[in-house]
Design a protein around this ligand. Structure first.
Ligand SMILES: NC(=O)c1ccc[n+]([C@@H]2O[C@H](COP(=O)([O-])OP(=O)(O)OC[C@H]3O[C@@H](n4cnc5c(N)ncnc54)[C@H](OP(=O)(O)O)[C@@H]3O)[C@@H](O)[C@H]2O)c1
Length: 270
């Protein structure tokens, strides 16, 4: 049995990942700021932003999966003007640095880092911070892997929900393939233990759909009536905003099925 340390194990992706690692019989230690109720894992309490608790968390660890992030946009589910100028780097850059240094000290055998498709072209400050963290991993002397994923369905849903008050939704026509965290977790679990290292196949959702179609399916699932107004943006602008299409590994859960599960009962109630 290998001891796997998961940072971000309490997040959207992290919880699905921890479920799979436990299912597959791995010994799992979750690094988090606060302990949660699940008792099929070990808890290591600390903070990536300060380094508190990290030396203890890394003791005896074979594999680190770094799925922690400090994304104010993901947390609140929408943009504010400040997000176009700055993004905190305490977890994704400085925290990654701390984690890498200590992983080196205890000779971690595999450092698997979760990243985002299209970072090199993205223009938002959060993307720049993520890219900095990813580069640190690639330049570390550790045996490392980087897995990039397209935006997660839960984030897209939060963003669309934020438009709820508007009667007309201006939506870019950009084509993209967001993905569910369960599919990303399956891919990461395979990558963690297949013996390979380096830049791994990126992962996106099963279908390439325009954002306009994503918005329409969302409205249908919620039985909401809004006018979707398609807006042309260049492919470069769309990628800069993070609306990316990946031709790597494909997840299996479609946006429509994800929405059906998420809003089961909404249509009946409406
Ligand atoms: N969201 C997307 O669309 C998307 C797309 C592609 C890739 N990714 C990447 O996938 C990974 C997971 O994203 P997610 O959306 O699932 O994240 P999330 O739900 O926002 O969860 C973030 C996790 O990071 C932890 N964390 C935050 N600050 C911390 C700190 N100071 N010290 C220790 N832990 C801290 C949180 O723990 P607490 O319980 O303490 O808050 C939580 O477990 C990230 O690397 C992200 O960049 C995300």
């Amino acid at each position: 049995m290998t001891l796997v340390l998961v940072t971000g194990g309490t997040g959207h992706l992290g919880q699905d990942l921890v479920d799979r690692l436990v299912r597959d019989g791995h010994q799992v230690r979750v690094f988090a700021r606060t302990r949660r109720s699940r008792n099929d894992v070990e808890w290591a309490i600390g903070d990536l932003a300060t380094g508190e608790g990290l030396p203890m968390a890394l003791r005896g660890v074979h594999t680190v999966i770094n799925a922690a992030t400090h994304s104010p946009v993901a947390r609140r589910g929408g943009f504010r003007p400040v997000d176009f100028f700055t993004s905190p780097s305490d977890v994704d850059a400085e925290g990654t640095r701390r984690l890498l240094d200590l992983s080196q000290q205890v000779s971690v055998q595999h450092f698997l880092h979760v990243s985002i498709v299209g970072l090199d072209e993205a223009s938002l400050p959060y993307a720049r911070v993520k890219l900095k963290g990813e580069r640190m991993v690639r330049e570390s002397g550790l045996p490392w892997s980087v897995v990039r994923a397209t935006p997660f369905y839960y984030l897209l849903e939060r963003m669309l929900a934020g438009f709820g008050w508007l009667p007309v939704w201006p939506v870019p026509k950009a084509v993209c393939n967001p993905v569910d965290t369960t599919d990303v977790a399956d891919h990461l679990t395979r990558c963690a233990f297949d013996g390979e290292r380096g830049v791994r196949a990126e992962i996106g959702g099963p279908e390439d759909l325009s954002l306009v179609e994503h918005a329409r399916q969302y409205l249908a699932a919620r039985a909401m009536h809004r006018t979707v107004m398609p807006v042309h943006v260049s492919e470069k602008t769309a990628r800069g905003m993070g609306f990316v299409k990946s031709n790597g590994v494909r997840g299996t859960l479609s946006w429509k099925d994800w929405l059906r599960r998420r809003f089961a009962g909404t249509r009946k109630a409406a």
